[in-house]
Design a protein around this ligand. Structure first.
Ligand code: COA
Length: 170
C-alpha cells in the first residue's frame, strides 16, 4: 500500500450516497470489468433507493469514506449458490491508485474473520482486470481457478482464514 494512503473509514449506505453510486456505474472505465454500464436515470435512481431500503444483514455493502467523502464501496456477498462469500469493491476513478481498495478490503476481511463463521473468502475477477488482481494478491488471496460466474469465465481467488491455515485459535 502506498505510504501516503489516506485513512479509510467504512460505513453503511445512506440516501446521500446515491449520486456517487450513479456516477460510478455510469462510468465505462469503472464498469469495464463488471456487469455493465448502467445509465444514471430516474429509473436507476429509484432502483438504488429501493435497494438501500432493504433490511441490513451482517454482510452486504459498505461505503468507503475518505476524509468525509464517499469514494466507492466494498462488499461481502454470497457468490451465487456456491455457499461461499465473496469480497468485491468499486471505486470512483478519481480515487484509484492510492491504496484505498486494499485498505478497505483488509478491513472487511478482518471483519469477516471476527464476525462471520466463514473459513475462507472468494474474489471473482474478470480476466484482464490487473489492478483488481493486484489488490487481492496484496490482501493474501491466491488464484484458485477459472469458474463460470455472471454468465462468463472468471478468475477466482481465495483467501483462507488465517487461523485455519496455521491451526492456531483465533
Ligand atoms: C480495482 C480497483 C478497486 C483498485 O482500486 P485502488 O484503490 O486503485 O487499488 P489499490 O491502490 O489498493 O491497489 C491497486 C494496485 O494495482 C496496481 N495497478 C493499477 N492499475 C494496474 C494495471 N492496469 N495493471 C497492473 N496493476 C495495476 C497499482 O499499482 C496497485 O499496486 P501497487 O500497490 O503494488 O502499486 C479500482 O481500479 C476500481 O474501482 N476499478 C473498477 C471497479 C472494479 O474493477 N472492481 C473490481 C471488480 S473485481
Amino acid at each position: 500500500m502506498p505510504s501516503n494512503c489516506p485513512t479509510v473509514t467504512l460505513r453503511r449506505f445512506d440516501v446521500a450516497d446515491v449520486p456517487m453510486l450513479l456516477s460510478m456505474e455510469s462510468d465505462p472505465e469503472v464498469m469495464r470489468y463488471s456487469t455493465g454500464v448502467k445509465v444514471a436515470d430516474d429509473s436507476r435512481r429509484h432502483e438504488l433507493l429501493a435497494w438501500l431500503d432493504e433490511p441490513e444483514t451482517d454482510i452486504g455493502h459498505w461505503v468507503i469514506d475518505v476524509n468525509g467523502a464517499a469514494v466507492g464501496w466494498v462488499s461481502l456477498t454470497p457468490l451465487g449458490s456456491t455457499g461461499r462469500i465473496q469480497l468485491a469493491y468499486r471505486l470512483c476513478r478519481s480515487a484509484w491508485g492510492q491504496g484505498i481498495a486494499t485498505q478497505a478490503g483488509a478491513q472487511v476481511c478482518s471483519y469477516a474473520w471476527r464476525t462471520l463463521g466463514v473459513q475462507e473468502l472468494a474474489a471473482v475477477i474478470w480476466p484482464g482486470n490487473d489492478a483488481s488482481v493486484r489488490v487481492v494478491k496484496k490482501l493474501g488471496f491466491a488464484f484458485a481457478g477459472r469458474e463460470h460466474h455472471y454468465e462468463r469465465e472468471t478468475d477466482v481467488y481465495i483467501l483462507v482464514r488465517p487461523d485455519a491455515k496455521s491451526g492456531l485459535s483465533f
